[in-house]
Design a protein around this ligand. Structure first.
Ligand SMILES: [Zn+2]
Length: 107
């Protein structure tokens, strides 16, 4: 689950567009592998600088490709601060359409 303050952000068109563009960029680079282990396919676009109530409105943090990393679920969970027991929220899920394009699941 997204933390409450971040929910509007994760539902925003700006983030969806940014995330999809980032995923497509990673697919072009290495087929969309996890940027941490380079073994699994990426699953989540992670913010290297964690989103907080202070930076949630700062596009230099929230929508900056330099602050993003494509990670598989396992690597992402290892980074969760509360012991890695969180599962991905729906805002981080995507699927493939008939043309093989990655599309985010609707909320
Ligand atoms: Zn990984």
């Amino acid at each position: 689950m997204a933390r409450p303050f971040a929910e509007a952000f994760y539902n925003s068109a700006a983030w969806r567009k940014c995330r999809t563009a980032y995923i497509n960029r990673r697919i072009a680079i290495d087929g969309g592998l996890c940027e941490v282990c380079h073994r699994e396919l990426g699953y989540i676009v992670h913010h290297k600088i964690w989103l907080t109530e202070e930076n949630i409105n700062d596009p230099e943090v929230t929508l900056n490709a330099d602050n993003l990393r494509f990670e598989c679920l396992q690597c992402h969970n290892l980074e969760e601060p509360d012991g890695g027991r969180k599962t991905a929220g729906r805002e981080n899920q995507y699927t493939f359409d008939a043309d093989g394009q990655i599309v985010p699941l609707p909320p």
